[in-house]
Design a protein around this ligand. Structure first.
Ligand SMILES: [Zn+2]
Ligand SMILES: [Zn+2]
Length: 188
């Protein structure tokens, strides 16, 4: 069975070099859905607690929220960073507090201090799904990701190979020693 969690992301981007309106910088409210698949954890009668999916995924996804997402070869990138630098906000401000954990993978790199994600490929809905899967596949049993942005929508399914050991008392994943990091339960 699957547990599903939805995320709201506000961001700005453009399709650099694209022949159409999306070549101009613009913004979206995007809706991302992650479906986590596993057996039913009989102790709590659920696959995985949705608030826990939210916590794990949001620590990474925060980087895409109220953020600018630009491709690595986009000339807007040095231009925007130049303005941020002059304004003194490139390395962060005391009011920029909702920052995600920085990541750096072949598909994308996050700069939480200036709310920027630099991507290898154009950030279409398809591109977003590829990035989110790569960023979270080791942390969650992701079976499906959907992303809606404006009139565009895409989804992809992924094979789930392993059953995760979860706490029968609170439902979250046990650590490598079989101990629940939340409630302290120990598997025998
Ligand atoms: Zn767009
Ligand atoms: Zn527990």
């Amino acid at each position: 069975m699957r547990s599903e969690t939805t995320f709201d992301l506000q961001y700005a981007h453009r399709f650099y070099g694209f022949q159409g309106e999306a070549r101009y910088l613009h913004g979206h409210s995007g809706i991302l859905t992650i479906e986590v698949e596993d057996t039913i954890n009989t102790g709590v009668n659920m696959v995985f607690p949705c608030n826990e999916i939210k916590k794990i995924a949001w620590s990474v996804l925060k980087n895409f929220d109220h953020a600018l997402i630009l491709r690595e070869d986009d000339p807007l990138l040095p231009a925007v960073l130049g303005v941020y630098e002059k304004e003194g906000i490139k390395n962060g401000t005391p009011t920029n507090t909702m920052k995600g954990c920085a990541f750096d993978i072949p598909l994308c790199k996050a700069y939480p201090d200036c709310r920027l994600v630099v991507t290898k490929e154009t950030m279409t809905v398809e591109g977003m799904i590829k990035m989110v899967y790569e960023l979270l596949k080791d942390k969650l049993n992701i079976a499906k990701i959907s992303f809606i942005s404006g009139v565009n929508k895409a989804s992809a399914e992924f094979p789930v190979k392993q059953e995760r050991k979860r706490c029968p008392l609170c439902g979250i994943m046990l650590d490598e020693n079989g101990v629940c990091p939340k409630c302290g339960y120990r598997s025998k």
